[in-house]
Design a protein around this ligand. Structure first.
Ligand code: TXA
Ligand code: MG
Length: 341
């Protein structure tokens, strides 16, 4: 398949991309979180094409992207909690799980009776949805299992020749995928299915109860399913096995210094402050230790940047604020492999 690359999106080129979506094709586009791979959410076949292009299991449901929270009631059964969340955080990096209406095909929801809804704030994403005139179903635009794409070069690497259009929107702001929540059965609280740019502290401004799904930080026992099916898969993985190191700054530095000195074929994911001790060889920094937004912004680009090595050792990030999202992605990329120092 030839893939059209839109390097300088303007109204004319976005109209072309929107027509591709309407006619059943696939367009990779920027959002404020990560790049998405979009198709018409009302077209059962488009969802099948998305799964095929990503190499993704079709029981892992897609998020539908809307231009405006007021459109949600056309596609799902909205409730008071949804509007409270929408008022506070939409457009933005938040996805809400709601009962679906009949117009949303089961291929989009992986057979579930609920659908994930998000209203992205990125101007290109918003314009594309408006011009398409249909909701856009979009997972992250990476090949299944790979780190999510946060730059145009990432979608070019993963999807050139596999989809109709790629749109360049520069670097994504947040760098980690949206926060996913599902209202509790009584409608008063929220289950947190995936941490992201809308932090627990922020969610607590609209409800008193936020219940993090166990799988966010711990490996679930065999046979148990997380609330978000996608959280089950090993994810975000770089080309080498990743190991998280838990311990003090000193313990981390001495552990990895030993490995580097011994000539182990490894890489190190660390903070800027560590580079003074470890040097630039075989090391990649997520950013300053206390700058959690920078760490989230750079996470996937760092995971993609490692050359083929036998093992990557990583700092254990803080779980504060957006740090919980970074921690969650790293521990999943590591397949929950942690060494306590
Ligand atoms: O920031 C984002 O959310 C990005 C951009 C492109 O919007 N999208 C994204 O999509 O991360 P994806 O497909 O990579 O992740 C969607 C997650 C999966 O873990 C999936 O299982 C969960 O959302 N999900 C989707 N529909 C669901 C549903 N009805 N119930 C529970 N979880 C659902
Ligand atoms: Mg994904």
């Amino acid at each position: 398949m030839t893939t059209e690359k839109i390097l300088h999106p303007d109204t004319a080129s976005l109209k072309r991309a929107a027509a591709v979506i309407r006619s059943g094709g696939l367009v990779a586009f920027p959002t404020e979180t990560v790049y998405g791979l979009g198709g018409n959410a009302l077209d059962a076949e488009a969802a099948v094409k998305i799964y095929r292009a990503k190499g993704r299991p079709s029981d892992n449901p897609l998020i539908i992207h809307l231009a405006d929270a007021r459109d949600a009631e056309k596609y799902c059964v909205t409730n008071e909690m949804f509007y409270r969340l929408a008022d506070a955080f939409c457009p933005g990096p938040l996805t809400v799980i709601l009962p679906k209406k009949d117009c949303i095909p089961y291929t989009v929801t992986g057979g579930l009776d609920t659908v994930a809804v998000r209203i992205p704030s990125h101007p290109i994403a918003n314009a594309l949805i408006r011009l398409a005139g249909v909701p856009i179903a979009a997972p992250s635009a990476n090949l299944s299992g790979k780190p999510s794409p946060t730059r145009f070069s990432h979608i070019e690497h993963d999807l050139d020749g596999r989809v109709d259009v790629l749109i360049d929107g520069g670097e994504c702001d947040f760098g980690v995928e949206s926060t996913i929540v599902k209202p509790t059965d009584d409608g008063k609280g929220l289950h947190l299915l995936r941490p992201g740019g809308i932090t627990i502290e922020m969610l607590l401004t609209v409800t008193d109860t936020v219940i993090p799904d166990k799988c966010l930080t711990e490996k679930l026992p065999e046979g148990t399913r997380p609330l978000a099916p996608g959280m089950m898969y090993r994810h975000y993985a770089p080309d080498a096995p990743l190991v998280l190191l838990e311990g003090s700054d000193e313990a981390f530095l001495s552990f990895v210094s030993e490995k580097l000195k011994a000539g182990e074929d490894c890489g190190v994911l660390c903070y800027d402050e560590d580079l003074a001790v470890l040097g630039e060889h075989r090391t990649i920094s997520l950013g300053p230790k206390d700058e959690r937004n920078t760490q989230a912004h750079r996470l996937f680009e760092c995971l993609r940047a490692f050359p083929k090595v036998e093992r990557i050792y990583s700092r254990m990030p803080s779980r504060e604020g957006i740090g919980l999202a970074v921690f969650n992605r790293l521990i999943k990329a590591a397949g929950y492999c942690v060494i306590k120092l």
